[in-house]
Design a protein around this ligand. Structure first.
Ligand code: 4NP
Length: 147
């Protein structure tokens, strides 16, 4: 799960998918990263923590890290939150196999629509509720496919 800062959208995406993985007793590695390095080592934004808590998900132990080309070796699927994240990830790919792993997460809901998960960083709390609902819907589809 990859966004820009790894403090708002992708930590929520990681927490939501991991909760679904754990509740089904699956053994799947889920992680998140940011394409930018400004927040490396920090925990999630307080608004992301709050919306996750509201839905019974604890993301407080997460620490931001920067996406790197080695992630292509470590993961089978790489979900970008928006087009900008997608092109930053693609620029680090080393092969067609790497490229095939990358997709926009909301295309799991509406394939080919290329709808972004809106960046809630500069907005209010309602932006985080919207992001949570979008990511929960996408992760529900993902977990059904993977299961
Ligand atoms: P995220 O949100 O990419 O969903 O984690 C942002 C977090 C920080 C910044 C931008 C977006 N920033 O500019 O610091």
């Amino acid at each position: 799960m990859v966004c820009l800062g790894n403090i708002c959208r992708s930590p929520l995406a990681e927490g939501i998918l991991l909760a679904k993985v754990n509740s089904r007793g699956l053994d799947i590695k889920v992680d998140s990263a940011g394409t930018g390095g400004w927040h490396v080592g920090q925990g999630p934004d307080h608004r992301a923590l709050a919306i996750a808590n509201k839905y019974g998900i604890d993301i407080s132990q997460q620490q931001a890290r920067q996406f790197s080309s080695t992630d292509f070796e470590d993961f089978d699927i790489i979900y970008a939150m928006d087009d900008s994240n997608l092109s930053d990830i693609v620029s680090l790919a080393n092969s067609n196999k790497d490229l095939e792993k990358v997709q926009l997460i909301l295309n799991e809901i509406n394939p080919e629509d290329n709808t972004p998960v809106p960046d809630p960083y500069y907005g209010g709390d309602d932006g985080f509720e919207k992001v949570y609902q979008l990511l929960d819907a996408a992760c529900e589809i993902i977990i059904k496919k993977i299961s």
